[in-house]
Design a protein around this ligand. Structure first.
Ligand SMILES: [Zn+2]
Length: 278
């Protein structure tokens, strides 16, 4: 057996035995760690390991919804990429070309939102936009251009608003399932990853390269959103919350409504933040 030598951590000053500091996780460096061979293998490992973790975590999110969140909550974490890291990676990819109006919402999308279907609400929003345009001395097309540029920047940062709003009803729906508030938020992060990948990135690729863009209107996007999220909610409700039978179906249907409302609330906040910033 290898004899354990006491080390003083170079990063936090803690005394420990073994190769890793048990307070901050810093690794003890040996001469061999600085060899060229080690450098090459580190580079190779960084590339393949990070990639394989990312692909594995993404694949599990798609093929076994709720599993990753449960693994994290139960303390099995090292084999996966953190869902929050996956979320930021997917977020970055989506906002490179956010053609699909999901978490991104152009001025047109905002003014056509279902909540603005009521004439009074619609008038209210149009008057906000009109007032802003007049005060800036702009016409609609140049105002839209500036609005759409600004809103992408905010959307990227604010997707977490959707995650938190969407997680709140879970505290009620699944209150007897021995989960903490933060567990529900973690679950919603996984759901956001699923949506970023399927309903934002994959759909954007379909729209941009496979010529299906003309079929993607508000109605077809809503149908795709509902179908894919029902799949996620039913699978993960069983996997993560251990819910069964008709309760699982009813709660999943309720959650689809919650998600649609959370998305609209998120867009509402996004609208006002963008307008105020111009
Ligand atoms: Zn340390």
């Amino acid at each position: 057996m290898e004899k354990l030598i006491a080390h003083t951590c170079k990063s936090c000053g803690h005394e420990f035995e073994g190769n890793y500091c048990n307070r901050c996780g810093e690794k003890v460096l040996h001469a061999a760690d600085r060899s060229f061979k080690k450098l090459l293998s580190n580079i190779l490992e960084a590339i393949t390991f990070a990639d394989s973790k990312l692909l594995k975590t993404l694949w599990l999110t798609l093929s076994r919804p709720g599993f990753i969140t449960r693994e994290f909550i139960e303390g099995r974490r090292v084999n996966y990429l953190k869902p929050l890291s996956l979320f930021f990676v997917l977020n970055l990819v989506y906002f490179f070309f956010p053609v699909i109006q999901l978490f991104n919402a152009s001025l047109n999308t905002q003014l056509a939102s279902p909540f603005r279907a009521f004439p009074a609400v619609s008038k209210f929003f149009q008057s906000i936009v009109a007032t802003k345009m007049v005060s800036l001395g702009m016409d609609l097309s140049s105002f839209s251009l500036i609005y759409n540029l600004k809103t992408v920047g905010f959307a990227k940062l604010m997707v977490m608003v959707f995650v938190v709003i969407g997680s709140l009803p879970l505290n009620v729906l699944y209150r007897k399932h021995n989960r903490y508030f933060t567990d529900h938020v973690g679950y919603m992060v996984e759901l956001a990853c699923f949506n970023l990948f399927i309903n934002a990135i994959v759909l954007s690729i379909f729209a941009a390269f496979l010529g299906v863009g003309k079929y993607l209107n508000e109605l077809s996007l809503t149908v795709i959103f509902i179908t894919t999220n029902l799949y996620f909610l039913i699978r993960s409700g069983s996997e993560f919350y251990k819910e069964k039978s008709w309760r699982l179906i009813v709660k999943s249907l309720l959650m689809v409504v919650v998600l649609k409302v959370a998305l609209e609330l998120y867009r509402l906040v996004l609208f006002f933040v963008t307008i105020w910033s111009i």
